[in-house]
Design a protein around this ligand. Structure first.
Ligand code: ATP
Ligand code: MG
Length: 302
């Protein structure tokens, strides 16, 4: 057993198991699948994640601990897992003293104030003296204090959106992603207060020996994040249009130019943002590009 571990007898017995970097992941729910598929896309496979509590990964020295999302910030703060993947909303609500290492780009949502359609809401002052139902009393409390509003917080852990119709509250403060749940309960979103997404969190007292593994994990996550929303484009272009094509496709440094057997032509390869791809295709066709191929990108190492 390593000395650091002997020095922390109060830590859970799981802390000693296998002696490797451990990451806590939501066992089921909205973040489970995206967390596992992100790990898979960076070469980390988890065996039979549906049935296990603790599992050893393949392709990386890593152990996964499957938990309810509520428990992840606390488990990482205590060092039972050195890393965790959880919504930023949970980390902030629980006031967990953990390092937010990086945003992961999935599980995006917001916590908003929503009021009944015919409430006559006319600005934040409408909230004065009202009852607000929420599962996020800490984030709400901070917002109300900041705005100098006095309201009563009704803590509800289940379906917050039914509270106004049930007569429990005048309005709600809850997670919104598409907004369809609000509409079907006769509510409208009036203030977006907190933007959230899944984040990688770390124990602030992580044992030194895990740092190289964390660095490697982060390197892989960042190259995966960079490639998201990017496309690889290849095309044939008349040499006479090459300068113009290079301006349309600036790429990471500059596009690759390869010779073609046909005289007066070359092949151009580049990486573009998916959102701009159709516009670039239109511009490239206008200057004579032919045989345009577009493929997905898996990783980008800058
Ligand atoms: P658990 O059983 O693990 O406690 P849960 O029911 O508390 O799960 P989920 O509904 O699975 O939580 O949501 C997990 C996280 O997903 C949320 O904390 C939030 O960060 C994110 N999320 C993204 N979109 C939504 C949404 N529309 N509703 C709720 N959470 C969302
Ligand atoms: Mg939960």
């Amino acid at each position: 057993m390593k000395d650091e571990y002997k020095a922390c007898p109060e830590r859970s017995r799981f802390f000693y198991f296998n002696n490797m970097l451990r990451i806590a992941i939501q066992s089921k729910g909205r973040l489970n699948e995206d967390s596992l598929s992100m790990l898979q896309s960076i070469g980390i496979e988890i065996d039979d994640p549906k049935r296990k509590f603790l599992s050893k990964a393949r392709g990386f020295e890593l152990e996964t601990l499957f938990l309810r999302d509520d428990d992840i910030p606390g488990v990482v703060e205590a060092g039972t897992a050195s890393l965790g993947i959880v919504g930023l909303n949970e980390v902030v609500e629980r006031g967990a003293n953990v390092e937010i290492v990086t945003r992961l780009g999935f599980g995006k949502c917001r916590i908003s104030l929503a009021v009944p359609k015919n409430s006559g809401y006319d600005g934040l002052f409408w909230l004065e003296g009202k009852r607000i139902a929420t599962s996020y009393p800490a984030i709400l409390g901070r917002f109300l204090e900041e705005k100098g509003i006095h309201a009563t917080t009704e803590i509800i852990t289940g379906s917050v959106e039914i509270a106004p119709a049930a007569g429990i509250a005048d309005c709600i403060f809850d997670i919104v992603s598409s907004g369809s749940t609000l509409i079907s309960n006769g509510l409208i979103e009036v203030e977006r207060v907190f933007e959230s997404e899944a984040v990688l969190i770390a124990d602030k007292n992580m044992p030194e020996e895990y740092v190289p593994a964390l660095d490697e994990l982060l390197f892989r996550i960042e190259s995966h994040k960079t490639s998201r929303g990017m496309k690889y484009m290849m095309m044939n272009i008349p040499l006479a249009s090459l300068d113009e094509a290079t301006k349309i496709l600036p790429a990471m440094r500059s596009p690759s130019v390869l010779p073609l057997a046909s005289e007066g032509w070359c092949s151009l390869h580049s990486v573009v943002e998916a959102s701009t791809m159709w516009e670039k295709i239109r511009q490239l066709k206008a200057i004579g590009a032919e045989g345009i191929l577009v493929t997905d990108l898996d990783k980008i190492i800058l």
